[in-house]
Design a protein around this ligand. Sequence first.
Ligand SMILES: Cc1cc2nc3c(=O)[nH]c(=O)nc-3n(C[C@H](O)[C@H](O)[C@H](O)COP(=O)(O)OP(=O)(O)OC[C@H]3O[C@@H](n4cnc5c(N)ncnc54)[C@H](O)[C@@H]3O)c2cc1C
Length: 414
Amino acid sequence: MKHCIVIGGGIIGMCTAYHLSKAGHQVTVLDQSDGQTGASFVNAGYLTPSHIVPFAAPGMVTMGLKYMLSSSSPFYVKPRLSLDLIHWAWNFYKSANMAHVKKAMPIIEKLNTASSALYHELHKNQKFNFHLEKKGLLMAYQTQKAGDHEKEVVLAAQAMGLKVTSLNPEEVLKLQPETNMDILGAYHYHCDSHSTPHEFMSAMKSYLLEQGVSIHQHSQVLNIKISGSVITAVETEVEKFRPDELIIASGVWTKALLKKIGIGLSLEAGKGYRINVHEPTGISVPAILMEAKVAVTPMKDFTRFAGTMELSGINTIIRKERVEAIARAAKRYYPSVEISTNSKREAISGMRPLSPDGLPYIGRANQYSNLVVATGHGMMGWSLGPITGKLCQQIIDGVNPDFDLAPLSPHRRF
Ligand SMILES: Cc1cc2nc3c(=O)[nH]c(=O)nc-3n(C[C@H](O)[C@H](O)[C@H](O)COP(=O)(O)OP(=O)(O)OC[C@H]3O[C@@H](n4cnc5c(N)ncnc54)[C@H](O)[C@@H]3O)c2cc1C
């Protein structure tokens, strides 16, 4: 049994704690927040075997440049002089090609499918009560251009064995009879499931506490002590922990922590927003509103509209024009849905940890014998939480991991 310290109580840190504890280790989770904020509470709750295309794909560079100066567009890069951003953008540019997409697609699909299965396995655990539904995901489009674009992804997904059907507006209405969508059509990916993030996180916390995991909130790790190639201690303002193994799963903050111990990681924050609507919407099937790039999820007791990708550094500042853009998109696709001023006022943001090539970083850091890095999951961190946790446990236990970890190495070249 090892004493494993996990820095970060988001979905990645908590799932890692789950698998380490299940394997018999003593686990301590340290989180600087109140354990109720951050990307893992803001996301759309999708478990997405359907999302086979990495964020770094052809077309994204042009789209980024096109949208760069529009503060209400779905994708926004705040122009700023940052060497880290320039370095990340260069790596992103090098990855946004078909050769990389072809290599990454099967990796992403397999990781997502395995992770989704782990969520469903957890759901069967009587002690672990949370909302999980498998109704698939609609990729809904209003223009033929968007439909044709998605058709290419559909063909690739079908070639991988995923079930996808093409629906006209009447068929969508049949599937979801309580609200009408103003669309040209939709592709229905049957493989996806959805959940309610804050409910899962709270169930996970209770479960881990019951299993003897120690969870310290409002505990920001300020220093990491080393001796040669060994991490010897982790310090917060008031406590000092001596780990046998340290797992850094600190989302967008991972880069700064690693920098303290001489490790460089190409990582940027991709800010997104969510609006919760507590009034009935009639929406019962999750959908991505393709042209607007807004994700819609019928969660437990409310509907969530989530979107935008804003590269503006580490901050959770709410830009009202972005929230308005999400609300306007909702109205365009669901004419009967009303988003109140109150719902918009209560919108919050979260930051996706973005690697430049759209693949997560999961693996041991070469420089230290007892350090594992788990971050960079970008738009798929919610979906990939459980499989990441399992892989971290396998790395620490020295057993053959379920997946080839070379493409996920924190030291990979772009
Ligand atoms: C709008 C939006 C929609 C999304 N939708 C989806 C979706 O539908 N499906 C999907 O799969 N993914 C989705 N994502 C992405 C997903 O939410 C993220 O990839 C995921 O939550 C990242 O989890 P994490 O644990 O790495 O990071 P976080 O959730 O950010 O957790 C990191 C934690 O580390 C803690 N921390 C940081 N530094 C320190 C320190 N020094 N000491 C102590 N603690 C520290 C922080 O307090 C934080 O709690 C979405 C994201 C957004 C923003």
